[in-house]
Design a protein around this ligand. Structure first.
Ligand code: NAP
Length: 252
């Protein structure tokens, strides 16, 4: 096969991106649109800013709360009614709760697992029911360095992101031969709401920066390129990977 620019194009594809109102999800939505995709931008908060960045012809706002599975089928249905297909799903929405393990509450456990892991699985299932009919689709989960490492004070987050890495591999094994690529990105430390508490702690912020070979935290846009690649035909033979985009953190 000879590579061509078309192998990296998302023209004619429809993507669903969750948590698209801000941070990494917004950067992914804008990035996939720049590569030619139409984007259903899913947010529990208004996604107007993201729609404005992409343009109303190529972006659909979908309001949905992913702390339960209640809105999942409606996300798929609204996207199908708008675009007629679901080719790419990016499970990006996620939350984090910080507390020492010894004090960690059941509520903080359940909230994080429900949003970061359970919701990603059942939305993937709903999207795959469409993708399997076409024998074609790309599912990209936003994992974390905590898919590989332990961390501290974020028990449910580490469990959810380690679980998401395993789920990525399981779904790849089940669906690879049926035309769906399931992969994950593991962002390093990115400047978003998610890391505000870390960045406001001078000791933690300095320790983190000192360990990043690239010498800087990531910008949300740093994550979008790898997602666009995994969503593209160029990645048709890539299955079940958890790709770090971390400025070299894990190489250290
Ligand atoms: P963020 O700015 O806090 O964005 C999180 C997104 O998830 C927001 O759009 C948020 O919506 C959405 N969300 C949370 N709960 C939701 C729910 N119940 N229903 C619908 N949407 C919900 O943080 P981010 O850093 O961009 O995080 C995006 C993803 O990257 C997360 O999965 C996170 O774990 C992962 N990640 C981040 C980093 C990092 O360093 N920042 C590193 C590794 C992985 P609202 O704005 O309405 O809350």
């Amino acid at each position: 096969m000879t590579l061509s620019p078309a192998d990296f194009s998302l023209a004619g594809k429809t993507a669903i991106v969750t948590g698209a109102n801000t941070g990494i999800g917004q950067a992914i939505a804008v990035g996939l649109a720049a590569m030619g995709a139409r984007v259903a931008a899913v947010g529990r908060s208004p996604v107007d800013e993201t729609i404005g960045l992409i343009g109303t012809e190529k972006a659909l706002p979908v309001r949905a709360d992913l702390s339960t599975t209640a809105d999942h089928q409606r996300i798929i249905d609204e996207t199908m009614a708008w675009a007629g297909s679901v080719d790419i799903l990016v499970n990006n929405a996620g939350i984090i709760r910080r507390q020492d393990a010894i004090e960690f509450s059941e509520a903080d456990w359940d909230a994080v697992i429900d949003t970061n892991l359970k919701s990603a699985f059942f939305l993937s299932q709903a999207a795959a029911r469409v993708m399997l009919k076409n024998q074609s689709g790309k599912i990209i989960n936003i994992a974390s360095l905590l898919s590989f490492q332990g961390g501290i004070r974020i028990a449910s987050y580490t469990a959810s992101k380690s679980g998401l890495a395993g789920l990525t591999r399981l779904l790849a094994c089940e669906w690879a031969a049926r035309g769906i690529n399931v992969n994950a990105i593991a962002p390093g430390y990115v400047v978003t709401n998610n890391t505000q508490a870390l960045r406001e702690d001078p000791d933690r912020a300095r320790a983190i920066l000192d360990r990043i070979p690239a010498g800087r935290w990531a910008d949300p846009g740093d994550i979008a390129g790898a997602v666009a690649f995994l969503a593209s035909p160029a990645a048709d033979y890539v299955h079940g990977v958890v790709l770090p985009v971390d400025g070299g953190w894990l190489a250290r």
